[in-house]
Ligand binder design. Structure first.
Ligand SMILES: NC(=O)c1ccc[n+]([C@@H]2O[C@H](COP(=O)([O-])OP(=O)(O)OC[C@H]3O[C@@H](n4cnc5c(N)ncnc54)[C@H](OP(=O)(O)O)[C@@H]3O)[C@@H](O)[C@H]2O)c1
Length: 366
């Protein structure tokens, strides 16, 4: 039986004395004591974590409530190795972390005044060797999913689920455009759309990423750096329209913001839906009378409730979805390489840090 660990290494935000290249914080490995377990708590040994664009926003001090000296990270998986209750059925189970607090099941938004996100704020984070957490904030990883791919799921899975299923109501046969397919959330959104039977089109800055999306099931894609991408996509849609189908998009799942509504207007059906879950390109989105006259609906979307995450995970398991992992780094020592890759937009799907010393599936031998 393993000994209860006394210390953990954690990746902590430290304010830079001189901000440089837009970065206000450093991410520093620090050794901290592991607290004793209280009623209902479990100790998780981390197997793998995955990076989100939010980590970069935090390092650049562009994310609300980012706080110095707090542990980073909201996305990952591990194995429960101790529990306050010695017969807790979660012991030895591989678990996901629930990345949000304050949102149980309300379909419209959090029940609490503010949605709290794990990582980089006083709620704490999971970029650590060991994490003490209440058992209600973890839930089991489906058996078929390797740890590295499981780590790529919670944030992207729940964000993609909410955008695709709840906001865009994507159905079999719909034509859906997903922008910036290299992104972690975009890629999972595509996998959910494909499992629903939709026809997926993508944009990207990279022909290689479009080709990879096609290997995974997208019909085609265009480069968003080409100003004429809507015209190119319009021709592709016409060429692909089945006899009974239409040559227009039913919905757009967007993470860039800016002029996406204007750009997609001519290829979006009357009453089409644009879901925006992020503004990586510009921190605003234009919506004009042209869109009103076409009855376009613009919907903002965030991560989701605990219920959304459980529903999304059940859907993932049913369809045996394996989240796409772009790069696997070894240990928290290499995480800065991940931040660099994310900042350069080098990824297609998620960047994962796998912790050494675990079983091949990422679990821990007790
Ligand atoms: N609201 C929420 O609760 C929530 C939850 C999760 C994420 N987000 C936000 O959603 C965005 C994506 O997050 P992520 O973690 O998936 O990020 P990510 O993995 O870093 O992906 C970002 C992607 O954005 C794409 N992109 C950049 N400029 C673009 C442009 N002008 N037009 C279209 N696409 C562009 C790039 O796609 P290519 O590489 O294909 O060029 C890039 O790979 C971030 O802004 C994040 O903060 C919000």
């Amino acid at each position: 039986m393993a000994l209860y660990p006394r210390e953990t290494r954690s990746l902590v935000l430290k304010k830079k004395t001189t901000p440089s290249f837009g970065y206000h914080f450093d991410a520093v490995l620090e050794t901290r004591p592991v607290p004793a377990l209280k009623d209902g708590e479990v100790l998780v040994r981390i197997g793998a974590v995955s990076l989100n664009h939010r980590d970069l926003w935090q390092l650049k001090n562009l994310y609300p409530r980012t706080t110095a000296d707090c542990v980073m990270g909201g996305d990952g998986v591990g194995t429960v190795i101790f529990a306050h209750h010695p017969k807790d059925p979660l012991i030895r189970r591989r678990v996901f972390f629930h990345p949000t607090r304050g949102w149980e099941s309300n379909p419209d938004g959090p029940e609490e005044a503010r949605l709290e996100l794990l990582g980089g704020n006083p709620l704490g984070g999971i970029y650590s060797d060991f994490v003490v957490i209440h058992r209600m904030h973890v839930f089991p990883v489906p058996d078929y999913l390797p740890m590295v791919h499981a780590a790529a799921w919670p944030v992207a899975g729940v964000t993609g689920w909410r955008a695709v299923v709840i906001k865009a109501n994507v159905k079999k046969g719909d034509n859906v455009l997903i922008t910036g397919i290299g992104g972690g959330v975009a890629l999972v959104s595509m996998q959910i759309c494909l499992a629903l039977g939709a026809n997926v089109y993508v944009t990207s800055s990279s022909p290689q990423k479009i080709a990879r999306a096609q290997e995974l099931g997208a019909i085609d894609g265009v480069n968003y750096r080409d100003e004429a991408w809507p015209e190119h996509l319009g021709k592709i849609l016409i060429a692909n329209a089945k006899n009974e189908g239409t040559a227009l998009l039913d919905s757009v799942i967007d993470s860039a913001g800016g002029d996406i509504c204007a750009k997609s207007l001519k290829i979006l059906k009357h009453g089409g839906i644009v879901v925006c879950y992020g503004m990586t390109s510009v921190p605003k989105i234009e919506f004009t009378m042209r869109e009103v006259l076409r009855n376009v609906e613009l919907k903002g979307s965030t991560m989701g409730s605990r219920k959304d995450l459980l529903d999304a995970t059940a859907f993932m398991e049913k369809h045996r979805i394996v989240p796409e992992v772009s790069h696997v780094l070894r240990g928290l020592e290499e995480i800065h390489e991940g931040f660099k890759l994310l900042n350069e937009g080098a990824q297609i799907g998620k960047i994962v840090v796998k912790f050494p010393g675990r079983e091949p599936d990422g679990s821990v031998r007790l």
